[in-house]
Structure formats: C-alpha cells, structure tokens
Write a protein that binds this ligand. Structure first.
Ligand SMILES: Cc1ncc(COP(=O)(O)O)c(C=O)c1O
Length: 383
C-alpha cells in the first residue's frame, strides 16, 4: 500500500506496537464481562483497574478520579452536561477556540436556558487571561471550560491561572487536555481544575477510549444510565481492550514524555526555520506552543488545495481542524485571533510525531516549496 508520510498527529496517531500487544489478549482469550463474578470477569476487572492507575499516574491524579469514556468528545460532554444537570441554569463560559464537542455541547445547554459567555484569545491564539478573568468577574459563570492546548495552533493556555481566579467564586472549571497529553507535562492538581478530558487515540493508543478525570467533590449527572459502571457516571459494559490500550499508552507517556518532547522540539525547530524561509506565516508563533504543531499559511494559496497537492505528493497534512474538515468555513480559532478570513482560508496544519527524522523534514520542505511555487504560478496565470 502507498504510505504517504504522516504529518497529522493532532488528528490521530498510529498505535504503538507495545499498546497493540497489551490489548491483544483482551480481544481474544480475556473476553469476560468485568461485572461478572468469576475468573473471566476478575481478569478484565483487574485489567481496567490497572489501566485506571496508569492513566491517573500519567496526569498526577488519583485512580478513583478517572472515569473511562469512549473518548474525548464524550468526556467533554459528560462534564459540561453532567454538571449543568446538577445546577440551576446560569452562565457557562468557554474559550473562543474550543473543540466542536465543547462548543456544540455548550450550544445545546443554551437551548436549556444557559447563557453562553465566550472567553477571548489574544492575537497569538492564547486565552487572554486578564480579559477572561474580568469577564468572569462580571458574568459570574457557574461552569468554565478552557482547553489546555489548541488542536489547530498548538497554543497552550494558562488554565491554572484562570482556574485559580474563577474557582474562588464558586465556578466549576474544566479543561480539555486531549492535545496536551503526551506532548506537554500535565498535573491535574497543579492545573487546579475540577474536570479534565483525555483521549487515547491522540497518544498512540486506540480509538474508542478516553477519560474524564474528575474531582470527587464534583457531583455529575450521568449521560448514559444503566448498570452503574464507572461509579454510575458511564454505564455500559466496558471496552476493555481499548481501556487496556489507553492505560498502556499513558504508561508510555509517563516514562517517555521528556524524550518525546525533545525529539519533537528538534524536528519542529527545523521545520519552522524552513517554513519561515519559504515565506510562510506561522500562526501563534509568539505563544507557548506544543512542540509538534505548526499552523501556517502562504498568502493567496488556498489551504484545501495545498493539502490535496501535498497528499498527491506523498505527505498527509490537515487544513484547519481535521475534526471539522467537512466544514469549509475558515477556522474559528484563526478568526478569534483576528486573522482575516482570506488568510485563514489558506491555513494548513502540520503536526509531527515523536520520531520525525531530519531527512523527513527536509523532504517535506522541499516538496512544499515546489508545490507552493507551482500553485503561485497557476494563481498568477489566472489573474
Ligand atoms: C482538543 C480536542 N478535544 C476533543 C477531541 C475529541 O476527542 P475524541 O476524538 O477522542 O472524541 C479532539 C479530537 O480531535 C481534540 O483535538
């Protein structure tokens, strides 16, 4: 099979062989229902509890704070809707660049009487903490959700600072840490949030597992009612193999994080030097960012067209946010940063994996240069 070079790790990641090996027994001989009171059930129950410990260890939480879900989208929905269901409707504040599984969940709550307050970004794409704190001072939100790292720009938000300010006024604070896990150190206690979302498939684990890490003092209403699994917060027979894979992927994050970050930093610096040399605009370049993400544009060159050309030339990159690539609108994140729509439509995202050789980056830059030159010539001919 033709295998283009994969530079889209913020969309999803290839499964690590060690994760795959850990999962296999739970797809074959260890098939028991974890709620069953016999040896088959005990084997899978133990496997889930071990995974819970591995996830908790990777993010500085206690295992009893980890609620397994089907992924990041479900965990975000569980926190927002589960918390909202326990309160009188009030103000819900979310960052301006949240993932659609937060913004759309928030819009559903608006339909139930909640008022939505959007917290602004600065020109580099980071949450404007002073403006957000002052808006929260006025609006007194009951719920606040701000992502730790943005999936498009890779920009990191000062979640701990905001949490400290709004918690003291009684708000419940949540962060979507899906993109940060595996690329940035995370400590649930240091962040000081009530809830935090994680997803397995962004860290070389399987699709179909994620977690909401949630402070035990927070009382959530379940989205899925039933047999009472996951402390009654997420009923349904557990996806044991995926949960085991998630646990293993988290253990690898814990033991390899620094090594992965260093590897990504080297390749990323090389990539961005080259991009600037080619005249690209890199969004959020002045902000603290994940070590693997570059969101960039060549003025006048449509992002979708460039992605298609690069695909045919053997490189898999994304235009805008992969999760909403069915949507041809310019990125909300870029618009919130004050980027004009014409330039926002030119954006493409390159997101590296932990093992990206210098040679791969050089090859990519050379193909990118050639492709951009060809597209510029076509654009020049068209006018
Ligand atoms: C920031 C962020 N949050 C949530 C999600 C959704 O996670 P999942 O695919 O596990 O539902 C994604 C996936 O792209 C994401 O990037």
């Amino acid at each position: 099979m033709f295998a283009p070079t994969y530079l889209d790790h913020n969309a999803t990641t290839p499964i690590d062989a060690r994760v795959f090996d850990a999962m296999l027994p739970y797809l074959r001989e260890r098939f028991g229902n974890p709620s069953s009171r016999h040896e088959y059930g005990r084997q899978t129950r133990d496997a889930i509890e071990r995974a819970r410990y591995q996830v908790a260890e990777a993010v500085g939480a206690h295992p009893t704070e980890v609620i397994f879900t089907s992924g990041g989208s479900e965990a975000n929905n569980l926190f927002l809707k589960g918390a909202a269901a326990r309160m009188e409707a009030g103000v819900l504040a979310i960052g301006a660049s949240e993932h659609p599984c937060v913004t759309r969940a928030a819009q559903q709550l608006v339909g139930q009487g909640w008022q939505l307050q959007t917290l602004p970004l600065d020109a580099e794409g980071a949450l404007d903490v002073a403006a957000a704190a002052s808006l929260c001072e006025q609006a007194r939100p009951k719920l606040v959700s701000v992502m730790l790292a943005n999936n498009e720009t890779g920009v990191l938000n000062a979640v701990a600072g905001l949490a400290q300010q709004v918690r003291s006024r009684g708000a419940w604070v949540h962060t979507d840490a899906v993109q940060a896990l595996g690329k940035y150190p995370i400590d649930f206690r240091v962040l000081g949030v009530h809830g935090m979302t994680l997803s397995a498939h962004k860290i070389h684990g399987p699709v179909g597992a994620g977690a909401l890490v949630v402070d035990k003092r927070v009382d959530l209403s379940p989205l899925v009612a039933g047999g009472g699994q996951e402390r009654g917060l997420r009923s349904g027979t557990e996806n044991v193999a995926a949960i085991v894979g998630f646990g293993q992927a988290c253990e690898l994050v814990k033991s390899e994080l620094q090594q992965r970050i260093s590897g990504m930093q080297l390749a990323h610096a090389e990539l961005e030097r080259g991009l600037l040399g080619l005249g690209a605009k890199i969004f959020g370049a002045g902000a603290l960012r994940l070590p693997n993400t570059s969101y960039l544009a060549f003025a006048g060159i449509d992002g979708e067209t460039l992605v298609g050309r690069l695909d045919r030339a053997g490189f898999a990159v994304a235009s805008g946010a992969a999760c909403s690539s069915a949507n041809p609108e310019p990125s909300r994140t870029l618009l919130a940063m004050g980027v004009v729509p014409e330039l926002a439509r030119c954006a493409i995202r390159v997101s590296l994996g932990p093992e990206m050789s210098r040679e791969t980056i050089e090859r990519f830059l050379s193909v990118l240069q050639q492709t951009v030159n060809e597209l510029r010539q076509l654009t020049a001919l068209a006018v």
